[in-house]
Design a protein around this ligand. Structure first.
Ligand SMILES: Cc1cc2nc3c(=O)[nH]c(=O)nc-3n(C[C@H](O)[C@H](O)[C@H](O)COP(=O)(O)O)c2cc1C
Length: 166
């Protein structure tokens, strides 16, 4: 996808949570006021659209592959995400994405709650994502997955442990 970006970072208050809910395929069903405001879209431009509407091209593909594989396995995932605003600017979040279930336990969609990431965490994540993106450009997703695996192995931690430790 060829999308326009620009070097304009946006921030949101530390006590604000950016929330969205999707159906099983990642179609946006709900977005809270804070999410709508920073994304720069009107509510009706978001609802009914695939969530990759806010995807930033600086995000490694493997992060989303991992997100979907964990969600489809019934697990939650925490991930740092750089999102694109309607005007091409961006903002960073730490997202907690979980399956939403009905009373019978069937997954009926997904829920993302995004908070403000710390500067210390982003100082680790930005160069890591740049490396993963480079790996993807030269060797596809297989190479970025192998790279992340090697980096985590060297640190002796699993992905989730790594993310929450930052
Ligand atoms: C509940 C939920 C929230 C999501 N939030 C975002 C998000 O904020 N930004 C984003 O780029 N992708 C988000 N995604 C992932 C997108 O569905 C999509 O996989 C991703 O943007 C990559 O798009 P692509 O597969 O077309 O490359 C979310 C998915 C779910 C289920």
């Amino acid at each position: 996808m060829n999308v326009q970006t620009r070097e304009q970072e946006y921030f949101f208050p530390k006590d604000r949570l950016l929330v969205s809910k999707t159906d099983n395929r990642g179609i946006i069903m709900y977005a809270n006021e804070a999410f709508i405001t920073i994304a720069g879209y009107k509510e009706e431009e978001l609802i009914g659209k695939p969530h990759n509407l806010v995807r930033h091209p600086d995000m490694p593909k493997m992060i989303f592959k991992m997100l979907w594989s964990r969600l489809n396995a019934g697990s939650e995932i925490n991930a740092y995400v750089k999102n694109r605003c309607k005007d091409g600017g961006y903002y960073w979040v730490l997202a907690n994405v979980t399956p939403s279930r009905d009373v019978s336990g069937k997954t009926i969609g997904f829920h993302s709650t995004r908070r403000n990431p710390s500067a210390e965490a982003l100082a680790v994540i930005k160069p890591l994502y740049a490396q993963l993106l480079d790996a993807e450009r030269s060797g596809g997703i297989t190479r970025s997955e192998a790279l992340l695996e090697r980096i985590l192995e060297e640190k002796g931690v699993g992905y989730e442990e790594f993310v929450v430790s930052l």
